[in-house]
Design a protein around this ligand. Structure first.
Ligand code: ZN
Length: 161
């Protein structure tokens, strides 16, 4: 069975930067699962996996616009510390914090710490990076009606709810 619309694929991956330095890997943990065509994973990776089958190994290099987008230079904002979700007691530049918003909490990296405010960079940590993915497809199966309705995979590697 090939990866395409209405299919769930389960895979292991290793993510490396442009120089080949490993950033993260799903091994030896749980593999990832995604529902094709619903942007469960980044666009460039989904494109590269279309038509692949269980057992296939895929290596793909993605420029920023196919991965997490370019870095925005104006993404530094000042946030009152009281708007952070569970702020760490001793904040330091480089820490990742969660900002309370009307929608989902937003992750950002602290660039400067003041008494009542912090400056944070709201770029995705991998924005502006060219990324290399090494992927091994473990399984391709039909999505259930429930998975199609929810727009994501359930079970191992998918959503648990
Ligand atoms: Zn669901």
């Amino acid at each position: 069975m090939e990866i395409g619309f209405g299919k769930i694929a389960t895979f292991h991956y290793t993510l490396k930067d442009e120089k080949g330095v490993e950033i993260e890997t799903s091994r030896p943990g749980e593999p990832q699962a995604f529902l094709y065509g619903r942007r469960n994973i980044i666009a460039g990776l989904e494109e590269a996996l279309e038509g692949k089958q269980a057992g296939d190994e895929v290596t793909v290099t993605l420029p920023p616009d196919k991965a997490y987008g370019p870095r925005q230079e104006n993404a530094i904002t000042r946030v009152p510390i009281k708007h952070l979700l569970n702020p760490p007691k001793r904040m330091r530049p480089g820490m990742v914090v969660s900002i309370n918003t009307r929608e989902e909490p937003k992750q950002a990296r602290v660039t400067k710490v003041g008494k009542f405010n912090v400056d944070v960079d709201t770029n995705h940590p991998l924005a502006g990076e060219t990324l290399q993915f090494e992927v091994e497809i473990l399984e391709v199966r039909e999505a259930s009606k429930e998975e199609l309705a929810h727009g994501h995979a359930h079970g191992p590697g998918g959503h648990h709810h």
